[in-house]
Write a new protein. Structure first.
Length: 136
C-alpha cells in the first residue's frame, strides 16, 4: 500500500496509510501577511497562520462504512523542517482520529430541507380552482 512518512522536529516519524484508503493527503498551508507588500487575508492582516494536515479517506466496497481518518494536525512555525516521504509499506500507524462519513451524510438531509424551505419562501397558493357554475 502507498503510505506517507512524516517527520518533523516535534515528533518521531509517523507512517500514515491504510489498506482500504482511496485518498491520502498532506496539506501544508500558509495564509496571512506572507510578504512585505501583502495586505494579508481576512482576519489575518497582521499575522501568519501555518497549518499542517495529514489525513485520508477510506474507499470500501460498502460505502456506508467509509471513514475520514486524521493522523496528524499541527501549526509549524517559520524555520521548522518537515519531511514527507511517499513509500510502499505493509503496515502503518493508527490514525489519531476517525470519523464516519455516513454520519456526516445523515446530517445533510435536515440541512437540505431547511435550505429548500428558505428558498421557496412562504407558501403561496399558485393555482386556484373555482367551482364551475352552470346557468340552466
Amino acid at each position: 500500500m502507498i503510505a506517507f512518512r512524516l517527520t518533523d522536529k516535534n515528533r518521531s516519524a509517523l507512517l500514515a496509510g491504510a489498506r482500504d484508503l482511496g485518498v491520502l493527503s498532506f496539506i501544508l498551508c500558509a495564509s496571512g501577511r506572507l510578504g512585505p507588500d501583502s495586505q494579508g487575508t481576512r482576519g489575518l492582516a497582521d499575522r501568519i497562520d501555518i497549518d499542517l494536515d495529514l489525513r485520508g479517506s477510506t474507499a470500501r466496497a460498502d460505502r456506508h462504512t467509509n471513514e475520514s481518518l486524521i493522523w496528524h494536525r499541527s501549526k509549524p512555525g517559520v524555520g521548522d523542517t518537515i519531511t514527507i516521504e511517499v513509500i510502499e509499506a505493509d503496515q502503518a500507524d493508527e490514525p489519531a482520529r476517525r470519523r464516519s462519513k455516513s454520519l456526516d451524510r445523515s446530517l445533510l438531509l435536515p440541512m437540505r430541507r431547511r435550505h429548500a424551505r428558505r428558498r421557496r419562501g412562504p407558501y403561496k397558493r399558485r393555482h386556484v380552482m373555482y367551482p364551475v357554475q352552470y346557468n340552466d
